[in-house]
Design a protein. Structure first.
Length: 152
């Protein structure tokens, strides 16, 4: 059995997207009744729409997923995982010589933090974000885009 490539994982939707009704604890925690678990490619499509010089957060991706499927929230866990898959699939495509890849470095964590788990880690993302005019600042061990809200 061969291991799936990142691109294969990105296009493997299984039974997704699906809408789930939240149980009592979920409703209290997420302040909603319904949640969408997106397909990986849906997260990638949102990430691909972010133009050069602009940014998006995983929270905004979740909002767009929820809006698309008319639910209260997008699943925080799968949206984060699928953004990571999209980022790795983009680098896999780049390694194959493709130019039109998902600009994953424009996707930040919900508080403006640069995602250290994306390909190349902080170093590569910092370089790519600075190339697009963003200033990266360090707070403790974490890195953030300064004034990221202005570029959303």
């Amino acid at each position: 059995m061969t291991k799936k490539s990142w691109v294969e994982k990105l296009h493997d939707s299984k039974d997704l997207p699906k809408v789930v009704k939240l149980n009592k604890n979920g409703r209290q925690h997420w302040h909603g009744e319904t949640m969408t678990v997106p397909a990986p490619i849906e997260v990638d499509e949102i990430m691909r729409q972010v133009p050069e010089g602009k940014l998006i957060t995983t929270y905004q991706i979740r909002e767009k997923i929820a809006e698309k499927h008319k639910t209260d929230i997008g699943c925080p866990l799968t949206c984060g995982i699928f953004a990571w898959i999209a980022a790795n699939a983009a680098e896999e495509d780049r390694d194959k010589g493709r130019k039109d890849i998902t600009s994953y470095w424009r996707t930040l964590k919900s508080d403006g933090e640069v995602n250290p788990k994306f390909p190349g880690g902080i170093k590569i993302q910092k370089m790519l974000l600075e190339k697009e005019g963003h200033k990266i600042i360090q707070k403790g061990k974490k890195y953030y885009v300064a004034d990221y809200e202005k570029s959303l």
